[in-house]
Each structure stands twice: as structure tokens, then as C-alpha cells.
Ligand binder design. Structure first.
Ligand SMILES: CC(C)(COP(=O)(O)OP(=O)(O)OC[C@H]1O[C@@H](n2cnc3c(N)ncnc32)[C@H](O)[C@@H]1OP(=O)(O)O)[C@@H](O)C(=O)NCCC(=O)NCCS
Length: 178
């Protein structure tokens, strides 16, 4: 999937070392789901990589890279629901130096185009912790709307934080894109 700045492609075994560089960095993982609470071993990550290519999986995780082919991070769809035609989006850029360069927004826009116009999903939603202002800004640039707040739904650094639910519908995306 070609974006303006990035290319989304299948995650490969060769990405394992790049992934290992961020999965144990709390500055990055504190923004992600609680799955990353405990230290992750290379063996665990290898097993996870093997499983994501299951044909029937309701989770599809991809890598994305610069146009020069340098790995940037992972982006994926979770809890894909074919009846209701929705899924939850997740994204991470593995190196802080690569943040704020527009890569994340471009990757999300590129994946939204794929989910709405190739997979024919109807709605994409996500959860973001209230302190993650960079992510919220990026999602708003992509056209996501704030839909609700799960009060004190996430515990991090010794206190509870609100979880912001955001979502975008196919017609909203296509009217913005077109
Ligand atoms: C969230 C993430 C994917 C966004 O990707 P990115 O490439 O850094 O984002 P972009 O550069 O496309 O956009 C970020 C925007 O936030 C703005 N921003 C940065 N810090 C900010 C802050 N503290 N408050 C408000 N806006 C902020 C940037 O200026 C930019 O807006 P602009 O283009 O109008 O200047 C990436 O930063 C990341 O992987 N972070 C760590 C993991 C994570 O948080 N994942 C999401 C979990 S929900």
C-alpha cells in the first residue's frame, strides 16, 4: 500500500530486530495497549510474528517503511468484525526521532483507504490515552472524531487516565479524500 511518504507492507522475519528495538522501551510502549506491560523476549516476538500471518486472523498487523525501504513501525487492524464491518486501528513508530515528520498520519490515511475501499469495512475506531496529544492530533488530521471518553480507563505512571474513543466512517473518509 503506497502512501505519499510511506509504504505499508507485510511484516517479515527480517523486521524482528527492528521490532525488538522498541518493544521494551517504555517511552514508546506506555502509549500502547496493556499487552506491552511486561518485558517481551525475542522468542515471544518471533512466535507473535509467525501467528499474525494466519489467514483467518481477526488481527492483521503490517510493517510500514520510508519510500527508501527503511523500517518505521507497525500498523494494524484488530478485532476485525466482518458482520458489522468494523475494526480497531493501532499504530506505532518505533524510533522517537521519526515522530512528528508526518509518517504516522500518512500511514493511517493509507491504511484507511485500504480498509474502506479494498476490504470494504464501514467503520474504523481506536482508543487513545488522554496524555497522548501527538497521536490525537495525528488522528484528527486523518478525519477521526472523538466519540466518547472512558473515564479513568487506563492506568499509567501511578495514576488513572481517561481513554478517548475515536472513530471514522467510510463515507466521511471518502468525502474528505475525494
Ligand atoms: C502516534 C504516532 C503514530 C503519530 O505519528 P507521527 O508521525 O509522530 O505524527 P505526525 O507527524 O503525522 O503528526 C503529529 C502531529 O502532532 C503534533 N504534536 C506533536 N506533539 C504534540 C503535542 N504535545 N501536543 C499537540 N500536538 C502535538 C505535531 O506537531 C503534528 O502536527 P502537525 O503536522 O500539524 O504539526 C507516533 O508519534 C507514534 O508512534 N507514537 C508512539 C506510539 C503511539 O503513541 N501510538 C499510538 C497509540 S494510540
Amino acid at each position: 500500500m503506497e502512501g505519499k511518504l510511506v509504504r505499508i507492507r507485510a511484516l517479515e522475519r527480517k523486521d524482528l530486530d527492528s521490532v525488538m528495538r522498541w518493544v521494551n522501551d517504555p517511552e514508546i510502549t506506555k502509549n500502547l495497549s496493556s499487552f506491552f506491560l511486561y518485558p517481551v523476549s525475542k522468542e515471544q516476538e518471533e512466535k507473535w510474528l509467525e501467528n499474525i500471518h494466519n489467514f483467518d486472523a481477526t488481527d492483521k498487523v503490517f510493517a510500514f517503511e520510508t519510500k527508501e525501504g527503511v523500517y518505521l513501525g507497525n500498523i494494524g487492524l484488530h478485532k476485525i468484525n466482518w458482520k458489522n464491518r468494523n475494526a480497531e486501528l493501532g499504530i506505532v513508530i518505533g524510533k522517537k526521532e521519526d515522530w512528528d515528520k508526518g509518517y504516522g498520519t500518512d500511514a493511517v490515511l493509507t491504511l484507511l483507504d485500504f480498509t474502506f475501499n479494498r476490504m470494504n469495512l464501514h467503520r474504523i475506531y481506536l482508543r487513545v490515552w488522554d496524555f497522548n496529544l501527538r497521536a490525537i492530533k495525528s488522528y484528527e488530521k486523518c478525519g477521526f472524531r472523538k466519540e466518547g471518553i472512558l473515564r479513568e480507563g487506563h492506568f499509567e505512571d501511578g495514576k488513572y487516565h481517561d481513554v478517548i474513543m475515536m472513530g471514522i466512517l467510510k463515507e466521511e473518509f471518502n468525502s474528505k479524500a475525494g
